[in-house]
Design a protein around this ligand. Sequence first.
Ligand SMILES: Cc1cc2nc3c(=O)[nH]c(=O)nc-3n(C[C@H](O)[C@H](O)[C@H](O)COP(=O)(O)OP(=O)(O)OC[C@H]3O[C@@H](n4cnc5c(N)ncnc54)[C@H](O)[C@@H]3O)c2cc1C
Length: 289
Amino acid sequence: MDKYGIFIKDADLTNYNTYGIHTSSKYLIKVNSIDNLVKLIKYLKNENIKYYILGKGSNVILPDTKSDGVIISLELLNEIKIDGNIAYADAGVVLSSFIMMLINNNLGGLESLCGIPGTLGGALYGNAGVKDVCIYDYLVNILVIRDNKLISLEKKDILYSYRDTEFKRNNDIIVGASFKLEENNKEEMLNIVKENRLKRQKSQPFEYKNAGSVFKNPENDYAGRLIEMAGLKGYSVNDAEVSEKHANFIINKGMATSIDIRTLIAHIQKEVYNKFEVELELEQIVIDW
Ligand SMILES: Cc1cc2nc3c(=O)[nH]c(=O)nc-3n(C[C@H](O)[C@H](O)[C@H](O)COP(=O)(O)OP(=O)(O)OC[C@H]3O[C@@H](n4cnc5c(N)ncnc54)[C@H](O)[C@@H]3O)c2cc1C
């Protein structure tokens, strides 16, 4: 499989998930071209080998057990092309680096998303966003591998809503995307990025490993408010703890396992339901190989 990119046996995945769960995989491959990605997927399907695409692992709860399949990383697919106000980036590009490049080219629209960890592929998969802006707002089209073929999907043909997209229910692999941006003042955008960074530092438990918001906000409410009102701030299962700083974050205080995090999530859901009759829906993605 090394003809498709950098191939690693018995790969440690601790640094491939921001919770820092100690887990591993029989194989990890960092594909080195889009062409090779198409070929690799075809090969794995033909051979009936299980595979999983990982971005920066900033929205996933990986299992504690070792994967006996192939983890595919797109981190070597990191081309960015800018032509006027149209910008294309490969899915493996780090979202914040892409946005910084747009800002440096006086291209605006996505600047409030700078600071969301992860790759462009991960952002498009889960429709990453902040209060008033999401990654789809300035999208033109997405390049995906579907049924072993590379195709382009126009924005109007893609189903997406709050932290949800059709990609969560199909097997498409996101390869890259184009955006149509607005001309904007670089200094103003850099100020927005700076302000948002300070806000995140104040409100989020960046001192500990975590994977962002655990639950989606219910309509007209905040998951964090409900969890806090249920008295769960600081509640823990071994090293997995509801953050004192932001109740919708679970932090890894050191050696939290996937089971600890999942047990804590189930407890939060039960307590919030018992108190407020609200079913908290997960934003983070629980993975079983
Ligand atoms: C401190 C912190 C703050 C955060 N703040 C925000 C926020 O403000 N807003 C927000 O929306 N999110 C936020 N998140 C969550 C997270 O950063 C986003 O969901 C991010 O877009 C995930 O990208 P990733 O590359 O890490 O994806 P991963 O976690 O690696 O993967 C997520 C899912 O996407 C799939 N996937 C990834 N790449 C591809 C691809 N190329 N093709 C097909 N499927 C793919 C994976 O298989 C997986 O199911 C935050 C996370 C952290 C840790």
